[in-house]
Ligand binder design. Structure first.
Ligand code: NDP
Ligand code: 2IT
Length: 457
């Protein structure tokens, strides 16, 4: 069994699934040396098994909008791998959601969750429903209809969903309420719940904070730190907001943010006060980022066809063509393509750490690595979110809560653990400093050992 035979099989079996194949290709290429060292894993076809979802549920979601018109959407849950724990992973509500997108996310989630050290399997779900422009009532109606079917397939010991793009505190609330009503039980079946009804402190901040803790570990490893660094951040949602906040707290300077309509460039730096405006704009008023540029009189560039890595007119994203030290893509997949990666290199960027899942194309990653830029793959650097979801599950099982300081301290430790594991594994496999290879192999080995022990199932 070679790299090309596995790739060929997975390509044949999943036609028209470019995002899934992209995620698969990266992992397959990285873990080949681990398969060579462990012939039993190859014989048991563990990688081939990981590439096939244990279960993929697709269902119709029918609901009535505010005008009384019938709306039809598609809902999904991909239960990818349960070797080391219950399926765990977010729900994404976005018009671009397809089985390919959810399978790539569920596949990445297997390895990410393994790296956290908390027993969680991999899953992902969502819908092509677009919450943008919908009233709170419509979002609630949709969430209730979606959970009407999903509730049959999940519970707190089997599969525990959470948020992702388009699914935040509001949606988790409506989904939780619907689940509780249907099942007549109060359990930790979802994470990202509100404080006071089963949620964990720091879960909201965890992905963004964890990303910057991870980057700080990378910088400290080479005798540097985020303090004084100029940073590019994309997106303006949950992950971006708390990445920006932690960079500010650690003494760095963030000069960009974006949404799907455009980017802001604030050379004077986003302060905590400006960030509070951005949070209110995005989380409460659900407005466009252009308002930030109007209020703070900074540069705004409209960007059609974002992200640049996806089929569109624009061949690059101007956000990645600005002089800076560090880059943190925190919006969506393939938002950093080969041209963007070349621009980052040209502008002297020294570190790229992914807050989003698979934001960099394979060509982009190669350019970044070939030019000696430190690179953190999302499955390592954005694992703080799901890790804190794991801590939320633990608190739910215990029936009590940790303080903000306790959860934050655990998050700091988990991110350091993932950093050190990825670095040590990369070295062990002859690729020192390559966090992508280290993270992929370390995650793979943990899941492979569990699957080997559990037999051919
Ligand atoms: P949010 O919905 O809170 O924010 C998403 C942000 O990205 C928004 O600014 C949005 O702009 C922008 N965006 C979304 N899709 C596109 C697109 N196709 N083109 C351009 N911009 C886009 O999501 P999150 O912050 O939770 O998620 C962001 C990324 O982080 C995703 O890749 C997600 O999978 C990943 N992630 C999230 C975790 C979490 O805990 N939430 C954990 C780990 C990873 P607009 O408002 O215009 O739509
Ligand atoms: O991509 C991710 O890791 C998430 N969206 C968070 C998943 C979770 O279960 O908290």
């Amino acid at each position: 069994m070679t790299l090309s035979t596995i790739l060929e099989t997975v390509t044949k079996r999943n036609p028209n699934e470019p995002e899934f194949l992209q995620a698969a290709e990266e992992v397959i290429a990285s873990v080949m040396p681990a398969l060579e060292r462990n012939p039993a894993f190859a014989k048991l076809k563990l990688l081939e098994r990981m590439l096939e979802p244990e279960r993929l549920i697709s269902f119709r979601v029918t609901w009535l909008d505010d005008k009384g018109e019938v709306q039809v959407n598609r809902g999904y849950r991909v239960q990818m791998n349960s070797a080391i724990g219950p399926y765990k992973g977010g729900l994404r509500f976005h018009p671009s959601v397809t089985p390919s997108v959810l399978k790539f996310l569920a596949f990445e989630q297997i390895f990410k969750n393994a790296l956290t050290g908390i027993p969680m399997g991999g899953g992902k779900g969502g819908s092509d429903f677009d919450p943008k422009g919908k009233s709170d009532n419509e979002v609630m109606k949709f969430c209730q209809a979606f959970m009407g079917e999903l509730a049959r397939h999940i519970n707190h010991r089997l599969d525990v969903p959470a948020g992702d793009i388009g699914v935040g505190g509001r949606e988790i609330g409506y989904l939780f309420g619907a689940y509780k009503k249907i099942k007549n039980e109060f359990t930790g079946v979802l994470t990202g719940k509100g404080i006071g009804w089963g949620g964990s402190l720091i879960r909201t901040e965890a992905t963004g904070y964890g990303l910057i803790y991870f980057a700080e570990n990378m910088l400290q490893n080479v005798g540097s730190s985020i303090k004084g660094k100029t940073c590019l951040v994309s997106g303006s949602g949950n992950v971006s907001q708390y990445a920006i906040e932690k960079i500010i707290q650690l003494g760095g300077k963030v000069i960009t943010a974006s949404d799907s309509n455009g980017i802001i460039i604030d050379e004077s730096g986003i302060t905590q006060e400006k960030l509070e405006f951005l949070k209110d704009l995005k989380n409460n008023r659900r407005g466009r980022i252009k308002e930030y540029a109007d209020k703070y009189k900074c540069v705004y560039k409209e960007v059609d066809d974002l992200p640049a890595g996806q089929a569109g007119k624009a061949d690059h994203n101007p956000l990645w063509n600005i002089k800076a030290d560090c880059a943190f893509p925190c919006a969506t997949q393939n938002e950093v393509n080969a041209k963007d990666a070349s621009n980052l290199v040209k502008n002297g960027v020294k570190l790229l750490a992914e807050g989003a899942n698979m934001p960099t194309t394979i060509e982009g990653i190669n350019i970044i690595l070939d030019n000696g830029v430190m690179y953190a793959p999302g499955k390592a650097s954005n694992a703080g979110g799901v890790a804190t979801s794991g801590l939320e599950m633990t608190q739910n099982f215990m029936g009590s809560n940790w303080t903000r300081e306790e959860v934050d301290a655990k998050l700091v430790n988990i991110m350091k653990g993932i950093h050190d594991t990825a670095l040590a594994t990369a070295k062990e496999y002859g690729k020192p400093g390559n966090y992508m290879v280290g993270a992929n192999i370390a995650g793979f080995l943990k899941v492979a050992k569990a699957m080997q022990a559990q037999g051919v199932v």
